[in-house]
Design a protein around this ligand. Structure first.
Ligand SMILES: [Zn+2]
Length: 272
């Protein structure tokens, strides 16, 4: 599932390629991905200009001129792909928007994900975005706030990092990477973390998410034919999906085990 760096990469691409353009045609192959009937959805957004593209947690909010927004959640498999005018739009998209320029934006594999139409209100008031924890890259997310929130929980640290009510936008890949960076075992209880470990973890979260965002994350689906950004962080992964390969620091084999129902990847020597 895409996490903050991957969704930020999509947001940047959408801002560059789609913002300011007018939706001329809407094709819906999977009405189940919507929250309103297809004809109402199409009628509501046809002729509308895209005025903004924002992100909250793992969701993208595409603002339209008529004070409505499209809220996109890719969940496990979904992705967006942009096609230039004249380019053949390959594959079987769930929903395709054609712009006045002849360019297309297709949303694929929205089987678990969705494309919802919502009135543009404050982001926090959109039901899909309610109850989410703080954005880890926001200026408001300070070390003090992180410590305070940790002190209110008694949980294993890796599942907690992936809990969207605790912090928004972190999933399996970056919970593994930030715990390796801070030398903390994924199954450690929050109550056992020292102040130094809490501080290290906080800075690892900020640094890794920021670097991964700058480098285009690890998401493998390209946004457009000339996309050279997406996936640029992949060579920088230290533990995620590296089971059996040597740790870059101590050369021990990276191990994997189930923690909180998900695969944890860790170095048995570096992480304590
Ligand atoms: Zn190691």
């Amino acid at each position: 599932m895409p996490e903050i760096p991957e969704i930020e990469t999509v947001r940047r691409h959408l801002t560059e390629k789609v913002q300011g353009k007018i939706i001329q045609k809407v094709e819906i192959a999977r009405e189940k991905s919507l929250n309103v009937p297809g004809d109402i959805f199409a009628a509501s957004i046809t002729g509308q200009q895209v005025v903004s593209v924002n992100r909250r947690a793992k969701q993208i909010i595409i603002g339209l001129a008529n004070n409505h927004s499209l809220v996109v959640h890719f969940m496990l498999e979904g992705y967006a792909r942009f096609f230039y005018a004249g380019e053949e739009a390959a594959g079987t998209p769930s929903v395709t928007l054609t712009f006045h320029t002849g360019e297309k934006l297709s949303f694929f594999k929205l089987t678990l994900g969705y494309l919802h139409l919502a009135p543009t209100v404050k982001l926090a008031d959109i039901p899909e975005l309610a109850g989410l924890g703080p954005e880890p890259l926001s200026p408001e997310f300070s070390l003090d706030i992180f410590r305070q929130r940790l002190s209110e929980r008694r949980a294993m640290i890796k599942p907690l990092l992936m809990n969207q009510e605790f912090i928004a936008g972190i999933g399996n890949v970056y919970s593994n990477e930030t715990l390796f960076c801070s030398k903390i075992r994924p199954e450690r209880k929050t109550t056992t973390l020292t102040e130094a470990e809490q501080s290290k973890l906080y800075h690892c979260i900020r640094d890794i998410l920021a670097l991964a965002t700058r480098l285009g994350g690890v998401y493998e689906e390209k946004f457009a034919a000339d996309d050279i950004l997406t996936g640029g962080f992949e060579p920088h992964l230290k533990v995620a999906y590296r089971t059996g390969q040597p740790c870059y620091i101590c050369r021990s084999s990276i191990e994997t085990k189930r923690v909180g129902g998900r695969n944890a990847f860790y170095c048995p020597v570096c992480q304590r």
